[in-house]
Design a binder for this molecule. Structure first.
Ligand code: 5AD
Ligand code: SF4
Length: 419
């Protein structure tokens, strides 16, 4: 009987993209996807360690596995993804195998031997089993050299390794040929990309030059590497969508310094100004950490001020979580849970206001949408500016660009009408 696999993915878009490569490798090895977890012979957990809450969720799963193993004694469990050293030891007793995602090309050895998959050197070159046909996540790099003082990524994923631009372009061409309408170029730091003489701006331009009707999105960026050349390129490339996640992390210079984020609030604001000038109407999102060690009320007020000034469209607000191996671990995590909750709420409230204000500008406008979901007679999808749009419509419009008139705005999205 064919063996079946089930993958559980936690965390960021990069992890989701990695899971697509895991799926494809397992299928090369003869596995088939299990529709339900209790039908699986192999469960792969692709985990995230960015915050403790993510790690705790994996512990929750282990409990379920013990039950599943009583039903299927041959069940194998594999843990991969971003794993901290100290957790590795603990998880080693709970999982049959812990495998590094970077060694994905060598997984068949510990699983079952398969020669074909051993040919590639870089795991990113394994062709993924894309989750959807109309949106494809394509990694351009892996790892990070920045060592922000709170972050585990440089430890779990290692130093920045950029993929050869020719391999990236080849993958893009292939998915476009197969009908993909949205390309996500992924990396922890896409704007730090460099492969031979090709930097991220040049890579964007090359992807933009590929013929076809599709959108190009990318994440994540670091304010320090966001060059004028890149801003100009985004403005000029008609397929590159006017949406940017530009993590600021804090609106206070002292905290930024303690975070090892090498820019000041003034520099960040200037950068946003330049971006908005060159790319009018661009939608901006950010990542923020509240309750970093030693963050005073006054320092948080600075973040609040910046938040109000920038008027973000979206923000990923996280409460500081101490992580093993990071420089910030030496600092006392002295902002109380209650105060972290409060700070998160304050920012969420501001975001609700600014996002709604920004969204209202779309009312009455006709825009393009790429619907990706259908439920109860309603389609949802994203606009060119990465706004969530909901409208009445049929399922067969999924994965096709459609023209929609915006009739209402909410803080978290837009309501539209099919034209
Ligand atoms: N605690 C809280 N948030 C964190 N992030 C990264 N590390 C931590 C941490 N230790 C957030 C940052 C980053 C996003 C991916 O996760 O805001 O941009
Ligand atoms: Fe982590 Fe900083 Fe690298 Fe982003 S830039 S992955 S926050 S170390």
């Amino acid at each position: 009987m064919t063996k079946k696999y089930f993958i559980i993915t936690f965390g960021c878009q990069m992890n989701k993209s990695d899971s697509e490569r895991i799926a494809s490798l397992l299928e090369l090895m003869g596995y088939k996807p299990a529709q339900k977890i209790n039908r699986a012979d192999l469960i792969v957990v692709n985990m995230c360690s960015i915050r403790q809450s993510a790690v705790d969720r994996v512990y929750g799963k282990i409990f379920d596995f013990a039950k599943l193993k009583t039903q299927n004694s041959k069940l194998k469990t594999v843990l991969t993804g971003c794993i901290l050293k100290k957790d590795r030891q603990k998880f080693a007793q709970k999982f049959n195998l812990i495998l590094n995602i970077k060694d994905l090309t060598k997984w068949p050895l510990p699983l079952i031997m398969s020669d074909r998959t051993l040919l590639e050197e870089n795991y990113l070159n394994i062709k993924p089993k894309y989750q959807t046909q109309f949106s494809a996540s394509i990694p351009i790099s892996n790892g990070c050299n920045n060592f922000c003082s709170y972050c585990v990524v440089p430890f779990t994923r290692g130093p920045l390794v950029c993929r050869d631009h020719r391999k990236i372009l080849k993958e893009v061409r292939k998915v476009i040929k197969n009908g993909t309408k949205e390309i996500w170029l992924l990396g922890q730091n896409v704007d730090d990309y460099q492969s031979r003489e090709i930097n991220f701006a040049k890579l964007l331009k090359m992807v933009n030059d590929i013929p076809g009707d599709f959108w190009i999105r990318f994440t994540s960026s670091h304010p320090n590497y966001f060059s004028d050349e890149l801003i100009k390129t985004i403005g000029e490339c008609e397929k590159v969508t006017p949406y940017l996640n530009l993590p600021v992390q804090s609106g206070d210079n002292k905290i930024l310094k303690k975070m090892n984020r090498p820019y000041t609030v003034a520099r960040y604001k200037k950068l946003v100004k330049r971006i908005r000038k060159e790319i009018p109407g661009i939608a901006l999102s950010t990542d923020i950490i509240v309750g970093f060690p030693g963050e005073t009320k006054k320092q948080f007020e600075n973040t609040k001020k910046l938040f109000k000034e920038i008027k973000y469209d979206m923000a990923y607000i996280a409460q500081y979580s101490p992580r093993q191996g990071t420089a910030a671990l030496k600092l006392e995590d002295n902002v109380s849970q209650k105060e972290k909750n409060r700070r998160e709420k304050v920012l969420t409230k501001i975001l609700e206001k600014t996002a709604l204000e920004n969204n209202k500008k779309y009312i009455g406008k006709i825009i393009n949408i790429l619907p990706t979901k259908h439920k109860n007679g309603f389609l949802t999808g994203k606009s060119f500016h990465y706004k969530t749009v909901k409208l009445k419509g049929k399922k067969d419009l999924i994965g096709k660009f459609i023209k929609v008139k915006i009739i209402d705005a909410l803080p978290w999205g837009l309501k539209g009408k099919l034209l």
